[in-house]
Design a protein around this ligand. Structure first.
Ligand code: 5AD
Ligand code: SF4
Length: 601
């Protein structure tokens, strides 16, 4: 077999798309290849002479076919403290960060916040330092989002600002390197490298392990990219590093990618196929977080509270979680969808499911609140609802993205349910979990949406009366089914007008829904100072709504007679005195614990 043929076959057996082969061929053409999975082409003006000579001589002793095969093998579980062996064209010294300072900037969803922590964890182990001062940075990495056109425009604008920083950089300092990470790197690939010549590194959502190597290649003046998507990368062995020492909560990624293929959505193309992280590694991370110390952001005699108090399990579609990592997990029965719901993909079998994971995670620490986002309405098993109802530390809050209130539009979106099925599920959830707080996502002005469809969405907002909502104007994305098959025919001004109307109705209804809390006593996890006033503290209730209250002395129910002030990570009971669509206000009654708390209403 010809070596190239063999390599391509290895790629296919690992499920790599056509890009892998294109990358490999362009590697050959560039003669600056770094590994099977990347492109590293340089424009002539970027090449620094010394670096080129140096690089060429090492290229002569470049990678062998064995090396490619090694790179192509499935990722092994690695000890987190291990640093990759350098590829033949880099020395260990180059692979290590040489104390270069990295500035990370995150855009988009919570998944990107978690990705930032993963990327940083990998770079930190490679000897990089982190800075929060842009001027001090040697490497600037933007963790990007592609979900809507506007999100990408923000990044292009930011890149123009950073270009100025790069050009003004004094020669006495090491050249500034700029990297684009995440969804935009995946979606636009070479377009970014060509359009923005000052971008040095591109790393797609499954390529963060490769960052030290990509940055090392960039050190020699080359552009370096790895945008391969994986079938099995979950970063299970990478413990994300949080940088805020007073954070009371953390995100834990439980799965990556999405197989749903909603017709408007770019995510399956930028984040790839759905895969779940092994339950054992998730539990290990949650345990570590439950032991992590929270330090107050203000001078305090209290050294810090033991244990983060909240984790949010993250995934594009958490209730299709399925850990198939061990053979014995595959005996489980197949999934039943809720009544009236369908999927765009073939039913999957076996594995440890989300209810099992939620049960296990909630047992790690009874004082730790558990949330999850986002579930898809289509597979909401009763076991999950039952668990939320019976466990004190699983928050009674469900994000249930509807996207539209019109069955006709929902079908065009390929959501797999009708308005009626969705509303029935809402009733079922409310019966199963009294007092549950609901939130949702909606898109205004999807392809073919009529005024009548829009009115249906308005009426769904009124009918369900969500506590929280995320509303967007539709933004056509290339590659999606809607891009190929439907017409983006709602004029921009109509989309915006409909969006405004949805926002107004959502606010009115949320205000009503939140006002039910006035007069109630709620358990609030204290986060820190309120942004608006230094005399107020801010925290979140079980429904994830922000609660503001004056910083005052109070009783500690577990130490009668002791007067205390709230610290981040404390649970306090707050009497709610007013409510708006986004915030509750009240006054603090006492410090307590999750176990001992007695909320009323
Ligand atoms: N245009 C507008 N909003 C979108 N979303 C996803 N794709 C698009 C798009 N092309 C919204 C959906 C999703 C949320 C994360 O972003 O409401 O639930
Ligand atoms: Fe996108 Fe639909 Fe997957 Fe959510 S479930 S990430 S909207 S394709």
């Amino acid at each position: 077999m010809h070596p190239l043929q063999c390599v391509l076959q290895v790629q296919r057996s690992l499920g790599w798309g056509p890009l892998a082969s294109v990358s490999w061929l362009s590697l050959r053409m560039c003669r600056a290849h770094s590994s099977l999975s990347s492109t590293t082409c340089s424009s002539p003006e970027r090449q620094e002479d010394g670096a080129r000579k140096d690089f060429s001589s090492r290229l002569a002793a470049g990678p062998t076919f064995q090396h490619f095969l090694k790179s192509a093998s499935a990722p092994q579980e690695k000890l987190s403290s291990e640093v990759e062996d350098p590829p033949p064209y880099l020395t260990m010294d180059e692979l290590l960060g040489r104390q270069r300072k990295v500035y990370l900037e995150t855009y988009g969803c919570q998944m990107n916040v978690n990705d930032t922590e993963i990327a940083w964890s990998i770079l930190q182990k490679s000897g990089y330092l982190r800075t929060s001062n842009l001027q001090e940075a040697d490497v600037i990495l933007l963790v990007t989002c592609s979900i809507r056109e506007k999100a990408e425009q923000t990044i292009w604008n930011r890149l123009h600002q950073l270009k100025a920083l790069k050009t003004r950089r004094p020669r006495s300092r090491v050249p500034l390197r700029i990297g684009i990470l995440g969804c935009m790197a995946e979606r636009l690939k070479e377009e970014i490298l060509n359009r923005e010549k000052m971008v040095d590194v591109l790393a797609g959502p499954d390529a963060y392990r490769d960052l030290p190597r990509l940055l090392a290649v960039a050190e020699s003046g080359q552009q370096a990219a790895n945008v391969l998507l994986s079938l099995d990368e979950t970063y299970a062995d990478v413990m994300p590093v949080q940088t805020n020492p007073s954070a009371t909560s953390a995100f834990v990624s439980i799965m990556r990618g999405c197989d749903n293929m909603c017709s408007y959505c770019i995510v399956p193309f930028t984040r790839g196929r759905e895969r779940s992280r092994p339950v054992a590694s998730i539990l290990e991370e949650v345990k570590k977080l439950s032991e992590q110390v929270i330090r107050p952001p203000w001078p305090s005699k209290v050294l810090g509270l033991q244990g983060l108090k909240e984790v949010t399990l993250l995934g594009q579609n958490v209730n299709s979680f399925r850990d198939n990592s061990e053979v014995q997990f595959n005996n489980a029965v197949s999934t039943n969808l809720s009544r009236g719901f369908t999927t765009n993909y073939k039913a999957k079998q076996g594995g440890l499911r989300f209810a099992h994971l939620l049960d296990q995670v909630s047992r790690v620490d009874p004082e730790m609140r558990i949330r999850f986002t986002s579930p898809h309405p289509k597979d909401f098993p009763d076991e999950v609802l039952q668990l939320i109802h019976e466990r004190d530390n699983i928050c009674k809050q469900i994000h249930l993205p509807a996207q539209s209130g019109s069955s006709r539009v929902l079908e065009a979106m390929r959501r797999g349910y009708s308005r009626e099925a969705y509303v029935e599920l809402v009733h079922h959830i409310r019966e199963s979990i009294p007092g549950v707080s609901l939130s949702s996502d909606f898109i205004a002005g999807f392809c073919g949406e009529t005024e009548e469809d829009h009115v249906q969405t308005v009426s769904l907002l009124r009918e369900v009366q969500y506590n929280m909502g995320f509303l967007f104007a539709y933004s056509m994305r290339q590659k999606t089914r809607a891009y190929h098959r439907l017409k983006d025919d709602v004029p921009e001004e109509v989309k915006l007008r409909r969006l405004e109307e949805l926002i107004t109705v959502f606010r009115e209804e949320a205000t009503k829904a939140n006002q039910i809390s006035v007069g109630c006593t709620q358990l609030v996890l204290v986060e820190g100072l309120s942004k608006r006033s230094v005399t107020d503290l801010c925290g979140r209730n079980d429904g994830n709504l922000k609660v503001i209250f004056p910083d005052a002395e109070m009783e500690d129910v577990n130490n009668p007679g002791l007067r205390v002030r709230a610290q981040p990570g404390d649970y306090v009971l707050v009497k709610i005195t007013s409510a708006s669509s986004q915030t509750l206000r009240g006054h603090v009654l006492c410090r307590t614990t999750l176990k001992d708390s007695s909320e009323n209403c």
